[in-house]
Write a protein that binds this ligand. Structure first.
Ligand code: GLN
Length: 188
């Protein structure tokens, strides 16, 4: 990752926290708001926030098409929470705008409204233990053959990778543990 720049989509949501975590890992970081800025980064994080809002703004500013093109060329993209929803091909009971890149079906607010926010210990394949912060989190219900499931919580998919695409239902940027950010940087 030396000399590589990681973009953090900065339309809405927890992008500042991702930026800080990436900087702690020694990465070069830039906020991305315009299509031409996508061309200047080597990897992209789509943060948590409100997936309907981020989806509409991505579409309005013409970012969605550029992101899809770069993903097809192999650029690594990591979506956390709302970002995971936006990466998914299928969103249960929703026709909201999405990138539709990962062969995964997600359920928004999957862990229920009564537990809007919780933390749990997770065991992530090839990475190890980490603390998962879940905030109105989605989960993956099912995934295609090309998708590698890296972590589950209560049987539900909470982290997965499909080639250059990574998704987490939880928020590593809200903890002090940089292991998932470091893993993403190895993909770049
Ligand atoms: N529930 C939100 C959504 O559907 C995601 C929450 C989050 O990103 N923390 O967009």
């Amino acid at each position: 990752m030396a000399g590589k720049t990681i973009g953090v989509l900065a339309l809405q949501g927890a992008f500042v926290e991702h930026e800080a975590a990436l900087r702690k890992c020694g990465a070069l970081v830039r906020q991305v708001r315009k299509p031409e800025e996508i061309q200047e980064v080597d990897g992209l994080i789509i943060p948590g926030g409100e997936s309907t809002t981020i989806g509409k703004l991505m579409n309005k500013y013409g970012l969605d098409k550029v992101i899809v093109d770069r993903a097809a060329q192999g650029m690594p993209i990591w979506g956390t929470c709302a970002g995971m929803i936006l990466l998914a091909k299928e969103i249960v009971d929703s026709d909201q705008l999405r990138l539709g890149l990962m062969d995964i079906s997600v359920k928004r607010n999957g862990f229920g409204r009564q537990v809007e926010s919780f933390e749990a210990d997770l065991e992530v394949e090839s990475i190890g233990p980490t603390r998962g912060v879940f905030i109105r989190a989605p989960y993956g219900e099912k995934a295609g053959d090309g998708v590698h499931i890296m972590a589950r919580f209560k049987e539900k998919i909470v982290m997965a990778q499909q080639y250059n695409l990574l998704c987490t239902a939880f928020h590593p940027e809200l903890t002090q543990d940089l292991c998932i950010h470091r893993y993403f940087l190895t993909m770049v």
